[in-house]
Design a binder for this molecule. Structure first.
Ligand code: MN
Length: 714
């Protein structure tokens, strides 16, 4: 079992200035908080962070990375929170621990298959410090090494995730050795039968391979020495199981047909490229090269900065094998990738320009040419691989890629237009948020929909995806159109009813005449015509005129007028009967036989100024002009008709009953009678009654005849 002292010693050797006390404190803190926890193996949990720290120390990472390795599961698996980590170990360690914890949450959320590429991108987009990824890779490596303690389905899932996500990340970061180990471990758990069969085959051939490689190595060393080409060492290696297996599957070949099953590797000193090419010349003088199998990864490095010369040659016994030639520096980069840069001091020619994603690695290398201090160097390690994107999860673990600044509405439309249209709210990481909230990397976004919900024009102020924008715009336009069609239909219906036309018949005729009208106005469909009426572009009356043609329209117009006149005439007789006032008591000017009713509210009597109002069913109702209801009726001026008292006003005589209640005062009755006599009206009957309390007098006067109205009662 590894001990903390060994880890600290490794860090000290690689970083003599390192704060080793940080490592001791991190170790004790981790031991304290993981106390009592055990791993699936039954061992104390502390072994895991300690092993992770050791892997990081072997990668020659700095003390901050190694301390993060010791603490990486504390926030995730114990009660310690990030603030406590910050308090004890400072901002830098807390930041890295936070990053590792977030990546762990991503792994939990990403349950859907076939989205590995997106998860990789999201993972890299989430971290702003490459050391977070390195700690996570070390964590995964140790978990893979101890995977056999877990139950089978869990093993499968973790192995698959390693193959889909972590091994490719290690590859992109140029960490060939770590990637190789991750892949072989994953292969072992995913395809145990294939793995065991292949391992057994290779094991059987191992003596043969070893003998062969030893002969080749000796021969190469001899030839290089002869040619006076410096080299550090010559290695022999057997290709890794997983890559052999992939090759066998791809080529449907068997083991004997795989060219580069075994390979020799020449490491030349320092970073002198010319030694590599010189060595290549020696190899090609010794064995016959296979045409088309020479690869110059020195002149053109791979995306992950891998550099090497590869050639395949035919061996002395006729067996093909591969030779790789590289400098010490190139070898370290090939094995350790980005981790190798921690101690990397010397300049290097830039990698080729095409790969955007590795811009950071290039700038990192350029940067090291200028800066010597490794602490500044670490601070410059900011990952910004996919700065324009964010990656979020559906509750089922599907990854949705969105532009930065995207909101739950964008997310909803990215899932499906219908989800967008019916979206009413959103939860991010389980909490309700406003729809305009900006989604962060790794967020789990749950869209709440309601079947009756619909998009809001407001959303256009904050959505950022063109998909959401265009769908919302389209919906709003559709909606406005639907409303306009409805309004247009109603306006047309109202106008049509005046002409006793049925709108239903009119529109049922849509394929024929009415469609023609629409076309004449330049609209393809009847709905477009209705929408135009609804928008107020067209006047319904004109549309009807066009539909009917000028003659028919004029005829109906006429009929409309006379219909009104007829109904007026019919009422007159009835009113006259009702009023028992003789045929000509009230007349509507210029119209005979109109049903006339006196309004109950003001009950106009002969001689008053009056107006008529055409009602539905009651003919013309006659009001006194001073009646307060007349004001309201004036709102429909087309229904007001002029009326007048029929005959000469002076000649008509009515009996009128008058009631007056006055104070009980001397001379009151005399005053009343004299007033009546003043208007030249005689009194037929008069009574006066004093109220029981003697305060009022009640007069009831019947006048014989009158041409002036004083008041009325029944
Ligand atoms: Mn862990």
């Amino acid at each position: 079992m590894i001990r903390i002292g060994d880890v600290i010693e490794k860090v000290r050797q690689n970083h003599p200035q390192a704060d080793l006390d940080l490592l001791r404190r991190a170790y004790f803190f981790s031991a304290l908080h993981h106390r009592g926890q055990t791993r699936a193996s039954g061992e104390p949990y502390l072994i895991h962070p300690l092993e992770v720290a050791n892997i990081l120390a072997e990668l020659r990472l700095d003390e901050v990375s190694v301390a993060t390795g010791l603490l990486h599961d504390v926030v995730e698996d114990t009660l310690v929170d990030l603030d406590t980590i910050r308090q004890y170990f400072g901002e830098e360690v807390a930041h890295l621990v936070d990053g590792v914890t977030k990546i762990a949450q991503i792994s939990h959320a990403s349950r859907e298959e076939r989205q590995a590429e997106n998860v990789r991108k999201m993972l890299l987009a989430m971290v702003d410090d490459v050391r977070v990824v390195l700690v996570k890779l070390a964590d995964r490596l140790h978990n893979m090494r101890t995977l056999h303690y877990l139950p089978p389905e869990k093993r499968q899932r973790i192995a698959q995730e390693t193959l889909d996500i972590y091994a490719p990340i290690a590859h992109r970061l140029g960490m060939g050795r770590l990637r190789g180990e991750l892949e072989d471990l994953a292969f072992k758990h995913l395809h145990p039968e294939d793995y065991n069969a292949l391992a057994e085959q290779l094991e059987q051939r191992r003596p043969e391979h070893e003998a062969f490689l030893n002969r080749v190595k000796a021969r190469i060393e001899e030839k290089l020495t002869e040619a006076e080409i410096p080299f550090v060492r010559v290695e022999g290696r057997v290709k890794r199981l997983y890559s052999i297996w992939k090759k066998l599957k791809r080529q449907r070949a068997d083991l004997d047909q795989v060219y580069d099953l075994v390979a020799a590797r020449i490491i030349t000193p320092g970073n002198e490229i010319r030694h590599c090419y010189a060595a290549l010349g020696v190899i090609h003088n010794t064995w016959r090269p296979i045409p088309g199998r020479i690869k110059d990864w020195i002149a053109t490095p791979r995306d992950n900065l891998y550099q090497s010369l590869h050639t395949s040659v035919i061996g002395d016994e006729g067996q093909p094998f591969e030779v790789q030639i590289r400098t010490e520096e190139m070898h370290r980069i090939a094995e350790e990738g980005v981790a190798a840069h921690w101690k990397y001091k010397e300049g290097r020619r830039g990698a080729h320009e095409d790969d955007q994603a590795f811009q950071w690695l290039r700038s990192l290398i350029e940067w090291t040419q200028e800066v010597k201090d490794s602490r500044d160097f670490l601070e410059s390690l900011k990952l910004d691989l996919y700065p324009k994107d964010v990656y979020a999860f559906t509750p089922k673990g599907k990854v949705i890629q969105l532009p930065r600044g995207a909101t739950p509405v964008d997310f909803a439309y990215a899932i499906h237009s219908e989800v967008g249209h019916t979206c009413t709210g959103a939860r991010i990481n389980g909490r309700m948020v406003p729809l305009r909230t900006q989604i962060q990397n790794g967020d789990v976004v749950e869209i709440i929909t309601s079947p009756n919900a619909h998009p809001s024009r407001d959303w256009l102020t904050f959505v950022v995806t063109s998909r959401a924008r265009s769908r919302i715009r389209h919906w709003v336009a559709e909606q406005q159109r639907a409303e306009s069609i409805e309004i247009g239909r109603k306006l047309l219906e109202k106008e049509a009813s005046r002409f006793q036309l049925s709108i239903k018949k009119l529109l049922a005729d849509a394929d024929g005449e009415f469609k023609r009208v629409a076309n004449e106005y330049g609209y393809g469909r009847v709905e477009d015509l209705l929408a135009a009426i609804g928008y107020g572009k067209l006047v319904p009356r004109n549309v009807l005129a066009k539909y009917l043609g000028p003659e028919k329209f004029a005829e109906l117009e006429e009929r409309k007028e006379s219909k009104l006149k007829t109904s007026v005439r019919e009422g007159v007789q009835a009113v006259k009967r009702l009023m028992r006032m003789g045929d000509d008591a009230i007349a509507v000017r210029g119209v005979d036989d109109l049903l006339i009713t006196r309004a109950r509210c003001c009950n106009p009597i002969y001689g008053e100024e009056i107006v008529g109002y055409i009602t539905r069913g009651k003919g013309v109702v006659v009001h006194a002009r001073h009646c307060r209801n007349v004001q309201q009726l004036m709102a429909n001026p087309e229904r007001i008709v002029e009326v007048e008292w029929a005959g000469r006003a002076e000649s008509a005589v009515y009996p009128v009953k008058l009631v007056a209640i006055t104070e009980n005062r001397t001379g009151m009755l005399a005053g009343i009678t004299s007033a009546i006599s003043d208007i030249k009206t005689s009194i037929r009957d008069a009574r006066a009654t004093v109220s029981p309390d003697n305060r009022f007098v009640y007069y009831s006067i019947k006048k014989q005849e009158s041409n002036i109205w004083l008041g009325s009662f029944d």
